[in-house]
Design a protein around this ligand. Structure first.
Ligand SMILES: [Zn+2]
Length: 242
């Protein structure tokens, strides 16, 4: 499946600002973490609408998602309000959003609340370009208020950005039933060092191995069969002591 991650704003448009803290920078960091984390899952391709601090029109962003044929679009933003007390996290879908959009939004929203432990402002509806002009299920997350002292200080910490990214990933993983990639075991292919050659020769001399495929991982039967003669000898020695 294809996941389009859209970090809002960028370039000449910093988004919401509080001191030297810019929405555009925060959401880019979260978005990159999301893409990184999603790469650990099977059957998922990701694309960022922007990966640097550049300005993109909203239409360019939905054009990227639509022409790529994304299966889901997540736009990442930070909220701001004149009321400095306003706080919490919310997720938006289009006014006439599809049921799939509601499902992904609800999943991401509940994970965000669980991970970041902020006030739950719920899933809301809005007539936003990103949600209206994208052809796939889409939602827009507002990861807290930059205008709120507590939340803006959280946004300066990597921990909070990690929590937001983890939550977005968990939301996607939950809805689309993604599985972690199985570790691909890489078998080294290089000449043995002198020390490794000594170990190999000694192990062969002791009958532990035939010395072939030195970098191949062993299964448990191999380990047991190598350990049994040793364990027998230890037991025999202990019997003698009695
Ligand atoms: Zn924004």
């Amino acid at each position: 499946m294809k996941v389009l991650i859209d970090p809002g704003h960028g370039g000449k448009d910093p988004g919401a600002v509080n001191g030297d803290l810019h929405e555009a920078d925060i959401v880019l960091k979260i978005a990159k973490k999301v893409v990184n984390k999603l790469s650990q899952y099977d059957n998922v391709q990701t694309k960022l609408s922007r990966s640097t601090d550049v300005f993109l029109e909203l239409k360019e962003r939905t054009d990227i998602a639509n022409s790529w044929g994304a299966d889901v679009l997540i736009s990442i933003h930070i909220n701001s309000a004149t009321n400095k007390n306003a706080n919490g996290i919310e997720t938006l879908i289009y006014t006439n959003g599809s049921n799939e959009s509601l499902v992904i939004a609800s999943s991401v929203q509940s994970q965000l609340i669980r991970e970041a432990n902020r006030n739950n402002r719920g899933v809301k509806k809005a007539n936003f370009h990103m949600l209206r002009e994208s052809k796939m299920p889409a939602c827009l997350v507002e990861c807290g208020f930059i205008s709120n002292a507590i939340e803006s200080s959280l946004m300066k910490t990597d921990k909070f950005l990690e929590q937001c990214a983890n939550a977005i990933v968990k939301g996607i993983v939950e809805v689309y039933k993604l599985n972690l990639k199985k570790e691909v075991v890489k078998v080294a292919n290089r000449p043995l060092t002198d020390r490794e050659k000594e170990i190999q020769a000694e192990a062969m001399e002791l009958g532990i191995t035939d010395g072939k495929n030195p970098f191949e991982p062993v299964d448990r039967f191999y380990l047991w069969s190598a350990m049994i003669p040793l364990a027998k000898r230890v037991r025999a020695l202990e019997e003698k002591k009695k």
